[in-house]
Write a protein that binds this ligand. Structure first.
Ligand code: GLN
Length: 194
């Protein structure tokens, strides 16, 4: 299993470490050719406008869209924004997932928070499925899930923070910062065709 992490900007190193802990081969992706032979790709958190502009500069938009039509992609936070079809403002987007996101929906940097989430789909990798502790850092909200996308997880008040569309995954939060690798495990299963 070969998993790439888009390494233009953001916390790609933490994702690479999580994937390596699970025993899969990792690769930093910066150019279209880096996608060759990968089973899946993670787009990390960071700043979605920066990631988008760099992706345009490096000729990555179309190769990433083609990759996502065939293979698994998981976007966390800024990566989820980049995967969406609508971020309610002009910025480069892959438009692969039928989700509308609201950037910075929880407020400024100082309003960042940790939360324990129940993610029902994780029962497939962990039968006990205890709540997962994750971090929201200037996180987007998934305002609307339409088309073929499905809700994967909500906050207690019902606001959507994770969605799935086939083997595409979007999470508002950062699971790579708390040392709990179950969502990475779930993604590896998707990338493996499960
Ligand atoms: N606020 C950033 C954006 O809108 C996302 C923050 C993050 O990835 N932690 O792109």
């Amino acid at each position: 299993m070969h998993i790439g992490v888009l390494a233009l900007q953001g916390d790609f190193a933490e994702h690479l470490a999580a994937v390596a802990r699970l025993g899969a081969a990792t690769r930093e992706v910066r150019l279209p050719a880096d996608l060759n032979g990968l089973d899946g790709l993670i787009i990390p958190g960071g700043e979605s406008t920066t990631i988008g502009k760099l992706a345009v500069d490096f000729g990555l938009i179309e190769p990433l869209q083609a990759f996502g039509r065939e293979k698994a992609i998981w976007g966390t936070c800024a990566g989820a924004i980049f995967l969406s079809k609508d971020a309610r403002r002009q910025q480069p987007l892959l438009g692969l997932m039928d989700i509308t996101v609201e950037r910075n929906a929880f407020g400024r940097q100082v309003q960042s928070f940790a939360a324990s989430l129940h993610i029902p789909a994780l029962a497939t990798v962990d039968p006990g499925n205890a709540p997962m502790r994750v971090v929201f850092i200037r996180a987007p909200l998934i305002e609307e899930v339409s088309g073929n996308a499905e809700v994967l997880c909500t906050l207690e008040d019902g606001r959507i923070v994770a969605a799935q569309q086939g083997c595409l995954l979007a999470t508002s939060f950062h699971p790579e910062l708390s040392g709990d690798d179950r969502l990475h495990q779930y993604f590896l299963k998707l990338a493996g065709g499960a």
